[in-house]
Design a protein. Structure first.
Length: 231
């Protein structure tokens, strides 16, 4: 049993005629008759009574007609659903960007996402900071642990081993790291960086602390940074 056979049967039953159904379906009448007969053989029931005036559904045909219409409607809904899926992509879009590039590209990327079908779906982003009461120490830690974000050109994409990254860390000035990652206890700078993402249209911002003072980071953000962003 396939959908084509079911459709052929439904059209014949509705029009009470093989010839009218064949014309409507744009198929040869012998082909239509053969497919309906194969359906009857598979079901083990006569579905249509052929007479000189056309064709009438049998009792079994009337019962099967309800099921057949439901099957065709279900198949059509499935096709429409898949068509919608193809025309409206779903799922997550993930883009990884170094901090120095993310600050520049996040606004146009979010705008393009919204205009290309993203609508009001949530946009998430992440930023890195190194909170420490000593700004110089914070910069030193950030440079030691995360200087790879400042590697020139395509170095970060082509270096195969961690020790290769370590060999190039000296090429990245501390000032470059300090521009990408907010270092130190200045809550205004932390809030200003986070606000750029919020203004760009980001709905959820994840902040990663680089360095050992996790308690200091959480305390500063809870008491000094977040109040600025909520105000």
């Amino acid at each position: 049993m396939d959908l084509k056979q079911i459709e052929y049967f439904v059209r014949v039953a509705e029009r009470r005629s093989f010839s009218r159904a064949a014309e409507m379906l744009d198929v040869a009448q012998p082909t239509l008759s053969r497919q309906v007969r194969l359906l009857e053989l598979e079901l083990g029931q006569h579905l249509l009574y052929r007479n000189g005036r056309g064709a009438e559904p049998t009792e079994a045909g009337l019962r099967f007609l309800e099921h057949a219409r439901a099957l065709l409607a279900l198949a059509e809904r499935a096709k429409e659903d898949l068509q919608t899926l193809r025309e409206t992509p779903t799922g997550k879009v993930m883009i990884g960007l170094p901090p120095r590039i993310a600050r520049v590209l996040t606004p146009p990327l979010v705008q393009a996402f919204r205009q290309s079908g993203g609508g009001d779906k949530p946009v998430q982003a992440g930023m890195k900071v190194t909170w420490d009461r000593d700004a110089d120490k914070a910069l030193e830690v950030a440079h030691q642990l995360w200087a790879n974000d400042g590697l020139p050109g395509q170095s970060a994409q082509i270096l195969p081993r961690p020790k290769d990254f370590e060999a190039l860390m000296d090429l990245v000035p501390k000032e470059t790291v300090g521009e990408s990652i907010i270092c130190g206890p200045d809550s205004d700078r932390h809030a200003a960086r986070a606000r750029k993402y919020i203004e760009a249209g980001v709905d959820e911002l994840y902040v990663q602390q680089i360095g050992p003072d996790i308690d200091g980071f959480f305390g500063a953000w809870e008491n000094e940074v977040l109040p600025q962003l909520r105000g």
